[in-house]
Design a protein around this ligand. Structure first.
Ligand SMILES: Cc1cc2nc3c(=O)[nH]c(=O)nc-3n(C[C@H](O)[C@H](O)[C@H](O)COP(=O)(O)OP(=O)(O)OC[C@H]3O[C@@H](n4cnc5c(N)ncnc54)[C@H](O)[C@@H]3O)c2cc1C
Length: 408
């Protein structure tokens, strides 16, 4: 007789949550995803750009009925280039150039939509805020209490496994590690996506393509004095930029690492951009609608990422700074390894599966988080002594486990 199917409740319907929904379904589990946002994000495009490494792309393709769609919505990033900007002379010079990079660039909401649309919509409960959970004494089942945002009713669900995909401020993680605090990096990131569909030949686009001739295939890092920015093209005529600015820790209100920005803050950012970056880039920043500001955090590596039948994935398991272009790739790898471990051990041996997941993923993500931290502090001209990560180079390919992280 076959084993009874396990039921997984996943809290969080972002990249880690939808990825786990794929991998656990493939592993033979029933899945329910609980997400507090009222609807799938594609209906109100949000987020900005991200880079996908070859291993994560291969995994995503293995989940999709039409894998070629991933290539269609992403652009190649076959070059990783670091350059220095001389703010006074307004000239740039190349520091490193890796022409064998093999990442692809995507809009966050395009990847989310692609993954989400390939799953049964009945698997998702939007507008449900996770409130709390209780584990049975023998750790074989878990009850999850949620608040239905629209009606303010509370509803309970029961499962065999609780997957915390609720992001870097995870409230599920807090129940096990109440004293854990995220570490402010020392800087925030202005982010923007410039949409140039229909204006491909405008002055701003011809200007920017003249000074960044490899746009469309290059991940550009521009280093100024105690600051740096990242710049690359996305599918559908969009340019993605991120500019890291050293500052004291802002007072975060609410449960988000994105700050509300005022017109005054945006104007100040535009003025500062002109003093630092070459005029074409400063102009692009000025012309971008609705730039937003992320506070950059990470966290010292955790000692464990599962307790009983509750497991952490994605940013909940390893909040990281973005300098190693890792967080989305890590979420996809977490999901894949978790699915394979659970499939191998079966629902009756859940703890063995979770132990194996932790054994495989924890060493990898711990090293990657510390390396990204070091890379960020070096690029921002901040003290980086005593921060792990071993040898150092500006190039992305020196990230630990860059070419391949272990699977099951
Ligand atoms: C709207 C959005 C846009 C983003 N855009 C980008 C981007 O452009 N580039 C980039 O590199 N990264 C982006 N990120 C972050 C990126 O998704 C993560 O860094 C990484 O992929 C790990 O994802 P995650 O699923 O672990 O965490 P997150 O993406 O942070 O997702 C956590 C999810 O959990 C949900 N959640 C939290 N608490 C509760 C609760 N109590 N009840 C129910 N649901 C809850 C949140 O609403 C969210 O959907 C974005 C994240 C979000 C949510």
């Amino acid at each position: 007789m076959g084993e009874k199917k396990g039921k997984a409740i996943i809290v969080g319907g972002s990249i880690a949550g939808v990825s786990c929904a794929h991998s656990l379904t493939l592993a033979g589990w029933d899945v329910l995803v609980i997400e507090k946002s009222s609807e799938p994000p594609a209906r109100s495009p949000t987020g900005a750009g991200l880079g996908l490494d070859p291993q994560a792309r291969q995994i995503i393709k293995s989940w999709l009925p039409r894998p070629h769609l991933l290539d269609e919505i992403t652009l190649p990033l076959s070059i990783d280039q670091n350059q220095a900007t001389d703010s006074e002379k307004k000239v740039t010079s190349i520091l490193t150039r890796d022409e064998d990079f093999d990442f692809r660039a995507s809009y966050w909401s395009d990847i989310h939509t692609l993954l989400f649309n390939a799953l049964p919509q009945s698997m998702f409960l939007w507008g449900h805020k996770f409130l709390s959970f209780t584990m049975s004494q023998d750790e074989s089942s878990v009850k999850v209490k949620t608040l239905v945002m629209e009606t303010q009713e509370t509803v309970e669900f029961q499962g065999d496994l609780l997957v915390a995909a609720d992001g870097c401020l995870s409230s599920i993680r807090k129940t096990f590690l109440p004293d854990l605090k995220l570490r402010f990096s020392g800087y925030c990131a202005w982010r923007g996506v410039f949409d140039f569909s229909g204006s491909e030949n405008s002055e701003i686009i011809t200007g920017i393509k003249k000074v960044y001739p490899d746009l469309g295939k290059c991940l550009y890092f521009d280093l100024g004095e105690q600051t740096h920015c990242v710049f690359y093209e996305l599918f559908n005529k969009k340019l993605n930029w991120i500019w890291y600015v050293n500052q004291p820790e802002p007072d975060l209100k609410g449960n988000s690492v994105t700050l509300k920005v005022t017109q005054e803050m945006i104007s100040k950012m535009h003025q500062e951009a002109e003093t630092i970056w070459i005029p074409e880039l400063a102009k692009l920043m000025r012309e971008t609608n609705d730039p937003f500001l992320n506070v950059i955090y990470d966290c010292d590596p955790l000692e464990r990422i599962f307790w009983g039948n509750v497991v952490l994935v994605g940013d909940a398991a390893h909040p990281t700074t973005p300098h190693g272009v890792r967080s989305t790739n890590m979420s996809i790898l977490d999901a894949e390894v978790l699915g394979k471990c659970l499939e191998k051990c079966g629902p009756n041996n859940l703890s063995l599966g979770l132990e194996e997941y932790q054994r495989i993923r924890l060493p990898v993500v711990s090293e990657q988080v510390l390396y990204a931290r070091r890379l960020g502090r070096i690029k921002q001209g901040l003290d980086h002594e005593g921060i792990g990560g071993g040898g150092f180079s500006l190039e992305q390919r020196n990230m630990p486990f860059f070419s391949c992280a272990p699977l099951v």
